[in-house]
Design a protein around this ligand. Structure first.
Ligand code: GUN
Length: 291
């Protein structure tokens, strides 16, 4: 059997179209244009690529994009002062501070200084608590994108056995909370989990978010299970020529697709959904701010 491909690129495009259509209505009927501020400290190349692409797509759906690029040596006080200014600015509905931050900056302190209503990443401790107790919150973009793909494929997730591999604050933990909210039986697995292959073999839904290239082999996947691969890992590809690389997920796609019922490819699976969900969160924040 070969799995159905869950096409995140196409799905993300439909999410962005819906956001754009809401933004257009907000503008014409209420004179409101959502604004997203993205703060980048330093010159991490991967972060620069993400921030550029977030800015471009923000403008494409008709929102205002504000980029704040700060020197790598920026003091914590200066960064907090900028966030305070953005918190008070009524033209800004969403604030995102790109992570990781340089070592001299306290990430928790910085994230928790963002107004929770404008926290479109869903990383503020208030939003983490609201999500954990099943209340209305801002939901982190990558797990939200995964949940949307799972709902689209399954309809109801109620009663399904789900395993989330990885326990990060950005993906693993919020993903587990979201799946629990949809009445899955959830296991969070990690590097110390005993018998990981057996845990994965029981799952109807496998979400892999560990950042280790192809660590989940296809024979761990139950026949017909749905596999959501959050990993984006660059590995050497000598077959493409000297010094060439290619992107792979945390799951061995070639073997997993023979057992899975549905699977996300890498690239073109979860990745494009993350920015689409950031835009959806910015729209949500704008609507909540304006009643
Ligand atoms: N760095 C990697 N992923 C993310 C994300 O989703 N949000 C932010 N702010 N930084 C990141």
């Amino acid at each position: 059997m070969t799995a159905k491909l869950l096409d995140g690129k196409a799905f993300a495009a439909t999410v962005r179209e819906k956001v754009a259509s809401h933004v257009s209505k907000l503008k014409s009927e209420h004179g409101i244009t959502p604004g997203l501020a993205v703060v980048l400290v330093g010159e991490d190349p991967a972060s620069q690529v993400y921030v550029r692409s977030k800015g471009k797509m923000t403008v494409e759906v008709g929102m205002n994009s504000y980029e704040h690029k700060l020197d790598a040596n920026t003091s914590e006080a200066d960064l907090l002062a900028l966030i305070e200014k953005l918190n008070k600015d009524e033209s800004i509905n969403g604030i995102l501070v790109q992570l990781p931050l340089p070592d001299h900056l306290n990430e928790d302190l910085v994230i928790n200084s963002i107004d929770p209503v404008k926290d479109v990443d869903g990383f503020h401790i208030s939003n983490v608590g609201l999500l954990g107790t099943g209340q209305k919150s801002m939901v982190p973009c990558t797990p939200l994108g995964c949940l949307m793909m799972l709902r689209e494929h399954h309809g109801s997730l109620s009663g399904l056995d789900a395993v989330v591999i990885g326990r990060s604050n950005i993906v693993g933990k919020p993903m587990a909370n979201l799946l629990l909210g949809d009445s899955c039986t959830v296991t969070i697995a990690h590097s110390r989990t005993k018998d990981l292959p057996d845990v994965v073999r029981r799952a109807d839904i496998v979400v892999a978010a560990v950042g280790r290239p192809e660590m989940v082999p296809g024979d761990w996947i139950k026949k017909g299970a749905t596999v959501i691969d959050v990993g984006i890992n660059r590995i050497p590809a000598p077959e493409k020529g000297e010094g060439k690389t290619r992107l792979v997920g945390d799951v061995d796609f070639a073997t997993a697709k023979e057992n899975a019922g549905a699977i996300t490819p890498v690239p073109g699976g979860v990745g494009p959904m993350t920015i689409a969900c950031l835009l959806a969160n910015t729209l949500t924040a704008t609507c909540r701010a304006n009643g």
